[in-house]
Design a protein. Sequence first.
Length: 581
Amino acid sequence: MCRFFTIWMCTSLLHLILCIVCAFGLYETAPPHIIVFMADDLGWNDVGFHGSNQIPTPNIDALGYNGIILNRHYVLPSSTPSRIAFFTGLYPIRLGMRMQGEGIRGGEPRGLPLNIKILPEYLRGLGYTTKLIGKWHMGYHTPQYTPLHRGFDTFLGFYNSHISYYDYRYSNKNMSGYDMHRGDDPAHGFNREYATDLFTDEAIRIIENHEVPRPLYLQLSHLAVHGPLEQPIDEYNDRETIQIREPNRRKYAKMVSKLDKSVGAIVHALGEKGMLRDSLILFLTDNGAPSIGRCGNYGSNYPLRGTKYTLHEGGVRGVAALWSSRLQKAARVSNELVHITDWLPTLYSAAGGDLKDLGEIDGIDQWRVLSEGYGRGREKLLLNINEVSKTEGAIYSRFKLLRGENGFYDGYYGDSGRTLETPPYTEVVLNSTVSQSITYHLGGPVTQPSTMLQLRRDGTVQCDTNLTYSDKRLLTSCNVTECLFDIVNDPCETKNVAEVYVRIAKDLDRYLEYYGHILERQMITRVDWFADPRMRNDTWEPWINSGAVIYVSNAADMLGNLIYYIHISIIFVSILLNNYI
Ligand SMILES: *[C@@H]1O[C@H](CO)[C@@H](O)[C@H](O)[C@H]1NC(C)=O
Ligand SMILES: *[C@@H]1O[C@H](CO)[C@@H](O)[C@H](O)[C@H]1NC(C)=O
Ligand SMILES: *[C@@H]1O[C@H](CO)[C@@H](O)[C@H](O)[C@H]1NC(C)=O
Ligand SMILES: *[C@@H]1O[C@H](CO)[C@@H](O)[C@H](O)[C@H]1NC(C)=O
Ligand SMILES: *[C@@H]1O[C@H](CO)[C@@H](O)[C@H](O)[C@H]1NC(C)=O
């Protein structure tokens, strides 16, 4: 309604009411442009606003300091489940296809079920242009599972969990191939550009060519900072990162720093195009850093316990910040409990959509709570139930119940990075492209150093613990008895208080039991050798033509060739169906 609001309306009596409503901002103007940066495997301690001086992230920090630092933002413990939750607003346990379990491996015939509508499809309904750059990882065995068939107008990126940064290849077992696509087709002709730059340049092009009155949904799901550890070769040696002794950690730091520059460049482009004032920018990671072990990237979740793949805080308490000039109360740290499923309703609501359109979902609309800084958000959330690895967890207020961590990655890893202190932190943030763009294009002052430092203190997790961070013998293990942690007073999960708060532990038990009944059990799926890129010009591509869903049961697992017959019969059945419908 206020979309066409101009000051002359206020001179006409007829428009007086509209004028008052618009002038007082009681009614939002046009839907905002929504820009989502989804980082991959970024550690809790690897942005400046959580207290580390090791890696310069002045642009991401500036978004947080001028917007909201979301300090209790929970995600799923690995990529596929987290992305599914983000896009659907649903807990992955509901969806089948092993969505609560391991990430989809290259050549595995499964993906987010086709009957589930996702965020870009909903936003399209509100008139948005929808763009995805970077990682997909929600299935691609048939063309129907890929981004252009799930609500995105354009796509430049990769289908699998990760690729190499310079030659865009992914390997699984004895299969290896190129994985960079534009739309439905393989994309060639790049001159070995570092992936983070490739994606950033694409985003800038999209912004420059955007037809402004139309709202834009742009999601940049960066490859950074997933392994393999490949640093940008052009990166100069920042004073900070050069002080990092561990060579792999130093590489990782340069990758993070590049990611931060991407945020700066895109905010700059939004400013130049005149879109910044009407933008809402969300920065988040899909899960915590896998500091060590499988696909370890040397990220740090300090001082939190655990890594990616665990339900400890290091795995599921994910870095996140929200910026928009439309936030009524900005420059603050929010301790509101937010779950990654909340973004679908929250963004939809911020875009002016009617929540009823979304049906029954697990996410809740947090727009008003976040924007205005009061009211009630959520009190409870399900972290996940993985009935195969036998781990599960849930949060109620300040308590978290955990069961069945296997003890592999549940210790403390990663640098604290608290010691270095040059050059002056706040000056670097004020000098960042994001701060400069906000000042220049929005005209107002940005958050000043004293406030920044206060927010930084508020955003830093303090643990009143004396654990040496390698001494695992002192850890409370949750694989034999269940654990209840008071994650507000003991964010590092050192003391099991299940016997102190018996009633709360029971409550959370029942809550988990309830979801245990809803859960769709995981079937065994196996890699389909028909997916081999060698059959498709060395490229990972959909390898099944029909829109079929393939489940391979235990029995079928023993008969590898059965997959072939399933293909044939599904194609046959779908031909039949096509003829009759
Ligand atoms: C890859 O390995 C699997 C089993 O180990 C085998 O069945 C398949 O034929 C191999 N594929 C190629 C292309 O070598
Ligand atoms: C439980 O975790 C501890 C380490 O935290 C490990 O030593 C032990 O083997 C685990 N037990 C089971 C049954 O997984
Ligand atoms: C910030 O920018 C000013 C002006 O460009 C420059 O003089 C100063 O050295 C910069 N400070 C830092 C810490 O980069
Ligand atoms: C940490 O441990 C050391 C020695 O083990 C002890 O002297 C110190 O008081 C402890 N600090 C705290 C905060 O418990
Ligand atoms: C096969 O891939 C190469 C790059 O590896 C590309 O140049 C060529 O055009 C592709 N061929 C077809 C038929 O797509």
